[in-house]
Design a binder for this molecule. Sequence first.
Ligand SMILES: [Zn+2]
Length: 245
Amino acid sequence: MKRRLITLIFSVLIVFVIASPNIFANSLLDALSLGLEKEIGYNTYHQIIAEKEVVQLPAEQQEWINSMFSKLANQSKRQNELEYSLTVVKDDSVNAFALPAGYIFVNTGLLSYIQSDGELAGVLAHEIAHVDRRHSMKAVTRAIGMNVLLGLIINKTDSKRKEQLAKIGVVAINLAQLGYSREAEFEADAYGVMFMKAAGYRKEELLDFWSRMEKDSGGGNSLAILQLFSTHPPINERIKKIEAM
Ligand SMILES: [Zn+2]
């Protein structure tokens, strides 16, 4: 009986979501979907660590990166509803990415590329900002459709559910590694700079990082720089905007 009532309530909510203007639908979805975001994040995290080699850094370095990460994550207004976590994986490309619900990954290639604390802090802050602004969940929702997500919220037991979550995981990984829309990237830059400053780092160090990236990725340089935060928007545009902040 209770189950039927819950199903009825959700059905009514779905009608509202589908029939309402976007803003209302989005905020309702946000409220409904925190649990789902955590589930998607958790599943996707496990998909990644099943494929990539997780690196345990030497104690001192691990402590250094953890303390930097928690100072930055503490700036996010979502820090009470989520548990931000940082995982280092063995991969030579200069990259970092964020999954729904605060699972952030850093490649060993990025750790060897950075030249100061502020450079890494700026990159981590950018990834935390993607989670803070829910870019991943929004992009996943766009990619798979709100109806599928709502179906998952209602349906906790269907055998197909696991399969769907695994598929969503693949989508989330691709989105995270390729980067989000132009607007989302600029927004993550803006929030990231805010977070890094609040945590005591200087944005000039992030600018150093981007300038070096721009130099090293141009002119046919074959360094494994490729796609840090996606190739769009162009690095020079990002630098200009960060300088103006
Ligand atoms: Zn990004």
